[in-house]
Design a protein around this ligand. Structure first.
Ligand code: ATP
Ligand code: AMP
Ligand code: MG
Length: 219
């Protein structure tokens, strides 16, 4: 059997420190990804660590609005499949390019996105191989809470329209959570990332962010 030797020369370690670390945060709509990432942003700022947060949906929304396709982010997953595939590919490339610019001297890229998206053509992967190739994640986090709690968060958040995620009530959220886990693992298999389950309990978004930060430290 061929054996490999990893040689950590000083030069190599120097370059290693300059590399960015990439964490993709996933989870079903309304579980609290954007909220927890807001807390993570505060923690990174407090520690003086360079970071760039990319909300994948923001990048898709910008292209979709400029093409006159949608007026709000919750309309994106209702577009035709082929349009979503195009917008997804453009967003992944733009995020990778922007991160390389912003974190040229190293830092943390945090991507706020979905491993699975409920669309009109069925459950669709948010992180297919061409997307993870662009983003090159070290860790794919799956944010979770109880299905009942997620249902409540979705229903009480008047800033968003997530009715299509709860047409069959809590049972549908439970099903989507299962797909979300499976999709995250599938994306990890093609990218070599690890999958981290993170609980976002009620009133404990900062604790969830601290869990993610502890893992970032050991990437
Ligand atoms: P989407 O995928 O649709 O963008 P999301 O996962 O980013 O959703 P958020 O927008 O962060 O979800 O949160 C949804 C709602 O849940 C918001 O009203 C937010 O304030 C609330 N929320 C998030 N985390 C918690 C928490 N730990 N405790 C209580 N409420 C929370
Ligand atoms: P969000 O605010 O995170 O819900 O993002 C808004 C919308 O962008 C989502 O509801 C999806 O339609 C779309 N979106 C976000 N991330 C992805 C992704 N990785 N692949 C495909 N669509 C995505
Ligand atoms: Mg969000």
């Amino acid at each position: 059997m061929e054996s490999r030797t990893f040689c950590f020369s000083n030069n190599y370690l120097g370059e290693f420190r300059m590399e960015m670390k990439t964490v993709i945060i996933t989870g079903v709509p309304g579980v609290g990804k954007t909220t927890v990432i807001g807390e993570l942003s505060n923690l990174l700022k407090e520690r003086g660590i360079s970071y760039f947060i990319a909300n994948f949906g923001d990048f898709m929304l910008k292209s979709a609005i400029s093409e006159g396709l949608v007026t709000s982010r919750d309309q994106i997953r209702k577009l035709s499949h082929r349009l979503q595939v195009k917008l997804q590919g453009i967003a992944a490339r733009e995020i990778a390019n922007e991160a390389r610019k912003q974190l040229a001297n190293g830092g943390i890229l945090i991507v706020d996105t979905h491993a699975i998206v409920k669309t009109s053509t069925g459950y669709w992967p948010g992180l297919p191989s061409h997307v993870v190739e662009e983003l090159n994640p070290d860790v794919i986090a799956v944010l979770e809470a109880s299905a009942e709690e997620i249902y409540r968060r979705q229903s009480e958040d008047r800033t968003r329209d997530r009715k299509d995620i709860q047409e069959r009530g809590i049972e549908e959220i439970r099903e989507l959570m299962l797909y979300a886990r499976v999709a995250a693992i599938s994306s990890a298999v093609v990218s070599g990332a690890s999958v981290l389950q993170v609980l976002n309990e009620r009133g404990k978004a900062r604790e969830a962010a601290e869990t993610i930060l502890r893992v970032i430290d050991v990437i």
